[in-house]
Write a new protein. Structure first.
Lengths: 126, 256
């Protein structure tokens, strides 16, 4: 099943990238720029290639099970899946935020009108 | 401002599901959505006042960068939106206001001077004679006045075919008309949800899907006094495709 294993150089480069990238993500998450879901999804860019590199036997097993000849095709497929899931979620969040933004802007303008009407009535009474 | 004596004092539940107001007088709100209409909104408000009907008005300033609010606020309450929400967001602001202030009717007219305020009475008269939840002022019944370009009319005909073919609840000839009367049921419905994209035709699809009734009355429209339409050239084709898509979607998705 295992045709070729990644060279030690490949393992070092991919692991180093995963480590550095995840440290950067972790820092930004701790700064509050991302939430835990964003951290998890963005981490996949590092976790999936690292998994395929560090566990080549598993990579070949997965590619064999999915009927895809090359493990790197499976890896890119998995990455695309994560990206699409992330995009799907982001689009839904964006749409929800947009609707909330609409409603807030409308509410604000109507509250100003209400306030003006109340002030007008108070002015007439006094 | 005075309330309108529409003579709708009957307690009958009107046919087609539209419920008539219970009191002898009806409160009518004219919603005027505006975006950079400082040149026309003042004249429009004067024309409304000149009808002598004492309509309540609400100008919704959709994030204008000119003096629309300043000009309008001399003659009418103005709801100023902090950001441009588009025509759908602006109109819904007015509808929410109508719902909260307990108006019996709200009538939407454009702030660019295309609609003759004297036609407001025509809409109210049409409601009196044949109460439906939404009464549209249609350019395409009598074909009088400004009827848009030939290309647009062809596009509008497609939308008409889609709406009349996919929904029951009324025969429509002018789904893109920005002059329409809403009764209490329609006000309550649209205060909850109103389309932000292409609101005129899509709102009709949503309303008919929810069982609201629609009728039309012929009105004459004028050519735009100032500014240019936002739907021109290639945008028209995109507009058509998207509107038809939304109408189809409205048919496929159940009313919530």
């Amino acid at each position: 099943m295992t045709d070729a294993l990644p060279s030690p150089e490949t393992v070092v480069v991919v692991s180093a990238f995963a480590l550095i990238y995840m440290l950067v993500l972790l820092r930004k998450t701790m700064q509050g720029k991302f939430d835990l879901y964003d951290f998890l999804m963005l981490s996949m860019v590092a976790i999936i290639p690292a998994g395929f590199t560090l566990f080549p036997t598993l990579a070949y097993l997965v590619s064999h099970l999915t009927g895809v000849v090359f493990p790197f095709v499976v890896m890119f497929g998995a990455l695309f899946l994560v990206v699409f899931a992330f995009m799907h979620n982001m689009t839904a969040r964006l749409h929800r935020l947009e609707r909330q933004n609409f409603a807030l802007i409308q509410e604000q303008s109507l509250l100003v009108l209400e306030l003006q009407a109340k002030e007008g009535r108070r002015g007439v009474e006094s | 401002m005075a309330d309108m004596g529409l003579g709708l004092g009957s307690t009958d539940t009107c046919r087609n599901g539209a419920a008539a107001p219970q009191q002898g007088t009806s409160r009518v709100l004219i919603i005027i959505p505006c975006f950079n209409e400082e040149a026309s909104v003042g004249g429009l408000l004067s024309e409304i006042a000149a009808t002598g009907r004492g309509y309540h008005t609400l100008v919704v300033d959709d994030g204008s960068s000119d003096a629309t609010s300043a000009v309008a606020s001399c003659r009418s309450p103005v709801a100023r939106l902090a950001q441009n929400l588009g025509i759908g967001g602006a109109v819904q602001t007015g509808i929410k206001y109508a719902a909260r202030q307990d108006f019996d009717f709200c009538i939407q007219i454009d702030g660019d001077g295309q609609h003759d305020p004297r036609a407001i009475e025509t809409l109210l008269e049409a409601y009196r004679n044949d109460p439906t939840n939404i009464t549209i002022g249609s350019r395409f019944i009598d074909h009088a006045g400004f009827c848009s370009t030939r290309m647009r009319r062809a596009g509008i005909r497609l939308i008409v075919l889609a709406l009349n073919g996919l929904f029951s609840g009324g025969r429509i000839t002018d789904p893109t008309s920005g002059m329409r009367l809403l009764d209490r049921s329609a006000i309550a419905f649209f205060a909850k949800a109103y389309p932000t994209d292409f609101p005129e035709p899509i709102s009709l699809a949503w309303a008919m899907r929810a069982g609201l009734t629609v009728s039309e009355v012929p009105v004459e429209m004028r050519a735009r006094e100032t500014g240019v339409s936002s739907i021109d050239g290639l945008k028209s084709a995109s507009y058509m495709i998207r509107v038809l898509g939304y109408i189809l979607l409205a048919r496929l998705v159940r009313a919530s």
